[in-house]
Write a protein that binds this ligand. Structure first.
Ligand code: 5GP
Length: 212
């Protein structure tokens, strides 16, 4: 027997970080380089940015549809972020975890903490740039938001910095390739935690009793 014989349910991995921390690029790279992850696609009431694709970046819905999703219990969690709703559709996440995939949720802090309360085995990772100056520079450089929205997002970042204590890990994103590798190691290491290996350990205990 080896522990690969136990078909494991996938894990929930929550990735958060300040707007402009480079999470989007990091997620893209992680999905390109490793095939053991499924990325959850959120529903949002925010307008698409140029280049964003329906069903790939987000499911873009109006407020009525979003409210209906809440009412029908279609969302694992949802939150309001700078005036728009964002939520994680439940069905996809459950199906992928049952297939043994680790499901990545790229969500903000209120949603992350709700997930941790519902799924204590989930792992919460916070991605941050090396400094506040770097964060502002990245937001301006991205050029997708107005100055007003950039300022609101920076204000929100200051509030969120207070909630980071609720996360399990912090990754400083100072180099995309390096951070992608670290993120993969970090997630894979979670599978070695004892509660994740409980069926293997039970079987091993049984076998040890019989080899005596
Ligand atoms: P953006 O508008 O930049 O795409 O996303 C704004 C914030 O909403 C980001 O911090 C992003 O992680 C978060 N977000 C995206 N989808 C979800 C979701 O389904 N639930 C929650 N709680 N936050 C989300």
């Amino acid at each position: 027997m080896n522990n690969n014989e136990f078909k494991k349910r996938g894990m929930l991995v929550v990735i958060s970080g300040f707007s402009g921390a480079g999470k989007g690029t990091l997620m893209k790279k992680l999905m390109e380089q490793y095939d053991n992850y499924s990325l959850s696609i959120s529903a949002t009431t925010r307008d698409p940015r140029p280049g964003e694709v329906e069903g790939k970046d987000y499911f873009f819905v109006d407020k009525d549809r979003f409210m209906e999703m809440i009412k029908n219990d279609e969302l694992l969690e949802y939150a309001n972020y700078v005036g728009n709703y964002y939520g994680t559709p439940k069905a996809y996440v459950e199906a992928e975890m049952n297939k043994g995939k680790d499901v990545i949720l790229e969500i903000e802090i209120q949603g992350a903490l709700k997930i941790k309360a519902k799924y204590p085995d989930s792992v919460l990772i916070f991605i941050t740039p090396p400094s506040a100056e770097e964060l502002k520079a990245r937001l301006i450089h991205r050029g997708t938001e107005t100055e007003e929205i950039i300022n609101k997002r920076l204000q929100r970042a200051a509030q969120e910095a207070v909630g980071v204590e609720g996360y399990d890990y912090i990754l400083i994103n100072d180099n995309l390739d390096k951070t992608t590798k670290h993120l993969n190691y970090l997630i894979q290491d979670q599978h070695r935690r004892v509660p994740q290996q409980i069926h293997f350990i039970e079987q091993l205990q049984k076998e040890l009793r019989t080899v005596l």
